[in-house]
Design a protein around this ligand. Structure first.
Ligand SMILES: NC(=O)c1ccc[n+]([C@@H]2O[C@H](COP(=O)([O-])OP(=O)(O)OC[C@H]3O[C@@H](n4cnc5c(N)ncnc54)[C@H](OP(=O)(O)O)[C@@H]3O)[C@@H](O)[C@H]2O)c1
Length: 330
């Protein structure tokens, strides 16, 4: 079969190749999936560069943490038997989804309703689950409160805005390009501010000097530092990405005065903290919110696997139209 592989860590455009590799076979408790499409997420790019919290078990390795496909073989077990022939979202941290076939634990494939198209199903889990985890599970944002977020024009940031409308909290959204202001306002953003105009001052003005109790930062560097500076009394900033690649600097005085918190978040760890019932409830919640269009992924260009270099280049570029997809099967 054809798959995207890399033999060493490095810049995705340099180290990725499309090659013929043996088809994987499912062990007991696993299923084999014929892949249809897979998104290119920032975590995939970090993984290929060797900068992610997970490393491939061996080289050559195939990237792709999520995607959509059809279960074609059961390696053994009741769940796999039930899934055979179903279209599923595939969560894969071991074998990788950027190939014609993959294998995954039968517990890591989620049946997808017919009403959810492939481009949405491909991004069924990572961003939607993170939005729910960050705003409900970690911050527990209260009704009417302000939530400040940077990189608000990202796929995940846009979901936070529509989820906030649905849940009844308000958002202050930081972007780096003025074109994003209109786009985010249309989605229901309460306030959209430009990074370059000074985040902390603008947050002060919007909140009448109080600052925010809830903040999210996936950027780091000067942006993340200013997001932390925008916290009000008892405020918490959750750091969940490293888009700038730069560290956040925190003056201890900012945290001490007003007893503020800065904490990290990784979906993989948060999922471990949920029991089976919690996981099933989360999947049901995502299904409902996706079907009703609240947690929707804005999709950008879909590339065939052979054009993986164009795909990763666009995924890392400034100002892309939406989530870049690898279209693995027609
Ligand atoms: N911790 C976790 O478990 C977890 C889970 C899911 C996602 N994430 C993180 O969530 C973030 C968003 O993911 P996504 O899938 O929504 O990404 P995405 O759709 O690829 O969007 C990336 C966005 O980041 C912006 N951006 C990139 N570099 C930036 C910089 N240096 N300064 C300011 N903005 C910058 C881009 O702005 P432009 O539009 O201006 O180009 C773009 O809007 C990523 O950091 C990802 O790793 C973390």
């Amino acid at each position: 079969m054809k798959a995207v592989v890399f033999d060493r860590f490095g810049p995705p455009e340099e180290v990725l190749h499309v090659r013929d590799v043996p088809e994987p076979s499912p062990a007991r408790g696993e299923v084999k999936v014929r892949m249809l499409a897979s998104p290119i997420n920032p975590s995939d790019l970090l993984y290929i560069a060797g900068q992610y919290g997970l490393k491939p078990p061996a080289f050559p390795a195939t990237p792709g943490f999520e995607g959509v496909g059809v279960v074609v073989e059961n390696g053994g077990g009741i769940i796999g038997w039930l899934r055979k022939g179903q279209r599923v979202a595939v969560l894969n941290s071991r074998v990788g989804n950027w190939g014609e076939f993959t294998v995954a634990s039968s517990k890591q494939v989620i049946p997808i309703l017919a009403a959810i198209p492939d481009d949405q199903a491909a991004s069924f889990f990572v961003n939607p689950a993170t939005v729910i985890a960050l705003t409900e599970g970690v911050l527990n944002v209260t009704d009417g409160a302000w939530l400040l977020q940077s990189a608000a024009g990202s796929s995940l940031g846009k979901m936070v805005i529509s989820f906030a409308k649905h849940r009844g909290f308000r958002t202050i959204n930081v972007v780096r390009r003025p074109e994003q202001i209109v786009v985010l306002k249309k989605l229901g953003a309460d306030e959209v501010i430009l990074e370059k105009d000074g985040i902390a001052e603008q947050v002060k003005r919007i909140t009448g000097g109080a600052g925010v109790k809830f903040a999210l930062d996936p950027v780091g560097g000067a942006t993340g530092t200013q997001v932390v500076q925008s916290l009000g009394h008892g405020g918490t900033c959750v750091v969940y990405g490293l888009l700038s690649g730069e560290p956040v600097s925190v003056d201890p005085r900012w945290l001490i005065t007003g007893s503020k918190t800065v904490r990290g978040f990784w979906l993989a760890d948060w999922m471990k903290s949920l029991g089976l019932v919690g996981k099933l409830r989360l999947i049901r919640q995502i299904r409902g919110l996706m079907t009703s269009g609240i947690l929707r992924t804005e999709t950008g260009t879909a590339y065939p696997m052979e054009r993986v270099h164009d795909a990763v280049r666009e995924a890392a570029a400034t100002g892309k139209a939406g989530k870049v997809l690898l279209r693995i099967a027609p």
